[in-house]
Write a protein that binds this ligand. Structure first.
Ligand code: F6R
Length: 606
């Protein structure tokens, strides 16, 4: 999603704006721009594509203003070209925007009738013209912005600078996140604390409906009722975060390799390693009497929830309803008051997930969230927050956040099983000890990473790939297909292996590789039958299993054997080979692994 940064500095800010935008690159973007105000005059520089293009353009036409705003744009309205790149401006005002202005069409029609000349296809440009009109009527910048905010529908974060005002910046938040950074005689705005980390670790988050007036020495925050309010200034840990690739070629590779460590950290938070018992801090839901669990999330986080459905149902006998958030938010699902609604989100900002959270709250559900960003909106709007301790995930394709989500969900499922009387203390200790083994199993898999390079050659340049799995391996097959398609651009679909003959088998021929996720569990033989059906039709099987004999005896085009783990922890273990397969295929194909085309890291629009 778009990234926003604003600096009221004491020296020219253009270079610092670019540095901050670099730290927001992970969110995904297709053009970028900066604008500064210098001796009262607004200047702007924009470029299509990566920040190096913007840097080049700035070298040719430097901006010297000490106050400025910057933006990385992920196109929603209008093609990703220079004209549509932010900031948008008139000679009076420059604006950067993250989100969508839903009523931009009627606003634009009205403005055009009043004589405004539009240059872009964006929704954002209406904001610029609306503010300019107010300023023209003689309003002060604060009044102008306030008047315009009331006319906008949709979700947005804005940073705005004004001609004639070198010590003023206005930020506003409705839906999309916006943070204020407090410096020494300097002030900042940013989409997240990571962007602000080089400048300051003193960060406050605007609440929904807030807007802020910044000078170099002050921040005045006004809430949605027009009241001046204080928002807590936190010490952000983002400055301690190293946003670099270490010895790895891509962030995704680094993050795959961090998994043993971060799963270990996450486990350390949720289990007492001395007793092998689960201990969930700040979580007082009583599973014993809970009638129902509702889970909602998007993409990879949804697949983590789907694995958890198998766990909660089998180990805790707890009925689970799960749906992707984009569907659940409009389904008007009836809910018995008193249920638990659980949301899973790496960013904690996903618009659809947040919308379901608010729906569930209105349905009188307890709201809990598993998030990686603890200052996020989803975390702040939940009754209980269960952090994943994955550290910042920069690669757009989720890897370590997924396995850390599974780790938290596994602990929750054990807790639920114990409280509901379906898991004895001995069984709890056994399951926890199996979880504790997971980092070691993953390290073993990572030591064999070179094997995936060869396997990837078999997938690269194929048109379609199928992924099959049964039971809790089914969501892993779905995740495998998602990982492959999003970073290699090869069309891939995941299916429940038993569904094969209900349609997808028609696709099988010698050109369609089929990746089978088949741990030696109670469903193994059934999955083997499905592999036979594929092989009989000339399909090329890539087998992921923990059964050496099966891997050796079955005719597959290639196979990978993971360490034998407990059936309960298999989804965590098998998540890693499917990540490695997707990663090496994408590297072989030469795609932009960390920032695949069209994708954004944090999806703050619908
Ligand atoms: C895929 C991926 C996405 C996210 C989804 C939800 O690799 O990363 O599918 O899982 O956009 O994002 P969060 O977890 O931030 O809510």
């Amino acid at each position: 999603m778009c990234g926003i940064v604003g600096i009221l500095g004491t020296e020219p800010v253009a270079e610092d704006l670019i540095d901050a935008l670099k730290r927001l690159e992970y969110r995904g973007y297709d053009s970028a721009g900066v604008s500064t105000v210098e001796n009262g005059v607004l200047g702007r520089c924009r470029a299509k594509g990566k920040l190096k293009n913007l840097q080049k353009a700035l070298n040719e036409a430097p901006l010297q203003g000490h106050a400025g705003i910057g933006h990385t744009r992920w196109a929603t309205h209008g093609a990703p070209n220079v004209t549509n790149a932010h900031p948008h401006m008139t000679d009076r005002v420059a604006v950067v925007h993250n989100g969508i202005i839903e009523n931009f069409k009627p606003l634009r029609e009205r403005l055009e009738k009043e004589g405004a000349k539009f240059e872009t296809d964006t929704d954002t440009e209406v904001i610029v013209h609306l503010i300019s009109l107010e300023l023209k009527k003689g309003s002060a910048p604060e009044q102008a912005v306030q008047a315009v905010l009331t006319q906008l529908e949709g979700a947005f974060a804005l940073a705005i600078i004004f001609a004639g005002h070198d010590d003023l910046m206005i930020g506003a938040r409705r839906g999309s996140p916006l943070a204020i950074g407090y410096g020494e005689k300097e002030m900042y705005l940013g989409s997240d604390a990571i962007a602000l980390a080089p400048f300051t670790d003193r960060v406050a988050y605007l609440e929904d409906g807030d807007w802020v007036r910044l000078s170099r020495t002050s921040a005045t925050i006004i809430d949605e009722r027009g009241q001046e309010v204080e928002r807590t200034i936190n010490r952000s840990t983002a400055s301690a975060m190293l946003v670099d690739k270490g010895n790895h070629r891509h962030f995704m590779a680094k993050e795959i390799h961090q998994q043993p460590e971060v799963i270990g950290h996450t486990l350390g938070h949720y289990v007492d390693l001395a007793t092998n018992r689960v201990q969930i801090p700040d979580f007082d839901i009583d599973f014993k009497t809970l009638p129902r669990l509702t889970i909602s999330a998007c993409g990879t986080a949804y697949y983590a929830g789907l694995v958890a459905k198998y766990w909660f149902e089998k180990y805790a006998r707890l009925p689970v309803e799960i749906d992707v958030a984009s569907e659940m938010r409009y389904r008007e699902a009836p809910m018995e008051p008193g249920g638990l609604a659980l949301f899973i989100s790496q960013s904690g900002e996903t618009a659809d997930t947040l919308a379901v959270l608010r729906y569930c709250r209105a349905q009188k559900q307890h709201v809990a969230a598993i998030v990686n960003v603890t200052e996020s909106t989803i975390a702040r709007e939940s009754d209980a927050t269960l952090p994943t301790l994955a550290g910042p995930e920069i690669g757009v394709a989720s890897t370590k956040a997924f396995t850390c989500q599974l780790t938290v969900l596994a602990c929750l499922a054990i807790k639920a099983g114990v409280e509901r009387g379906h898991i004895s203390i001995e069984q709890e200790m056994e399951l926890v000890s199996q979880l504790v083994e997971v980092p070691r199993h993953i390290s073993t898999i990572l030591n064999d990473e070179h094997l995936f390079e060869k396997m990837a050659h078999g997938l690269a340049h194929k048109r379609d790939v199928l992924y099959l799995g049964r039971g809790s391996s089914f969501p892993i097959a779905l995740e495998g297909a998602l990982k492959l398609k999003e970073i290699s651009y090869i069309h891939a679909e995941g299916y429940a292996a038993g569904e094969l003959k209900h349609g997808p088998i028609a696709l099988i021929d010698e050109d369609v590789p089929v990746v089978v996720v088949a741990p030696k569990d109670n469903l193994f033989e059934k999955t083997v039958s499905n592999m036979e059906e594929v092989a009989a039709r000339g399909g090329q099987i890539i087998l992921m299993t923990d059964d050496k004999e099966a891997a050796a005896s079955f005719t597959t085009s290639s196979s990978f054997v993971v360490p034998r783990a407990h059936e309960f922890t298999n989804p965590l273990v098998f998540a890693v080979p499917i990540q490695l397969l997707a990663y090496h295929t994408a590297v072989f194909m030469g795609t932009d692994v960390d920032q695949p085309r069209n994708l954004a890291k944090s999806v703050t629009v619908e």
